[in-house]
Design a protein around this ligand. Structure first.
Ligand SMILES: [Zn+2]
Length: 188
């Protein structure tokens, strides 16, 4: 369930987002009674991620991806037609996800990728309420280079991005356990 904000009366109500591709789907607002298109609703975003409603802020910020996969970026970008769509998120969300994961698995690779979007990356204007399964398979399935969504599970309310990895460039690869705050990145 997600909290939507009615595009007409600004009432906040819960709903289930079954599709982020079909944004023309309508929902009934329980307050004003109007049928509102998902595309005309806003969704609640954590205050810490509010700045990412602005695509300039998205483009000028670092994003993060945690992985156990050795040489992850070259692996995902080297698959040609089979290039998978990948997910990146805020520093806090990626570290939270990584810390949870390394409590369960003992692997030699615990990499936190710091990445940026290449100039000219085409984003969907909408912020979606979760990733959509149909988007997960291939980068070529994405209707845009990248789209923002609010994660349903870890860090609900924070913004994540699903994208074609070929629109990313790696700034640095950090060892997760060495990090505690974004401020430490400069000294890693
Ligand atoms: Zn309403």
């Amino acid at each position: 369930m997600f909290n939507f904000v009615c595009g007409y009366c600004k009432h906040v109500f819960s709903g289930y987002d079954s599709s982020i591709i079909n944004v023309s789907e309508v929902m009934g607002c329980p307050n004003c009674g109007l049928s509102v298109r998902k595309a005309d609703c806003d969704i609640l975003v954590r205050p810490s991620s509010e700045r990412y409603r602005d695509l300039d802020a998205v483009m000028s910020s670092s994003w993060f991806h945690f992985t156990f996969v050795d040489d992850w970026f070259n692996v995902v970008t080297g698959k040609g037609q089979l290039t998978p769509a990948v997910h990146v998120g805020t520093f806090d969300a990626a570290v939270e996800r990584g810390r949870d994961a390394i409590n369960y698995y003992d692997t030699p690779t615990n990499d936190l990728y710091e990445i940026r979007f290449k100039p000219g990356t085409k984003f969907d204007d909408l912020i979606h309420s979760d990733k959509e399964n149909r988007w997960e398979e291939r980068a070529s399935d994405l209707p845009y280079d990248a789209a923002r969504y609010v994660n349903k599970y870890e860090s609900p309310g924070s913004i994540s991005i699903i994208c074609d990895p070929r629109v990313l460039e790696v700034v640095a690869v950090h060892n997760l356990p060495a990090l505690t705050t974004p401020g430490q990145l400069a000294t890693v």
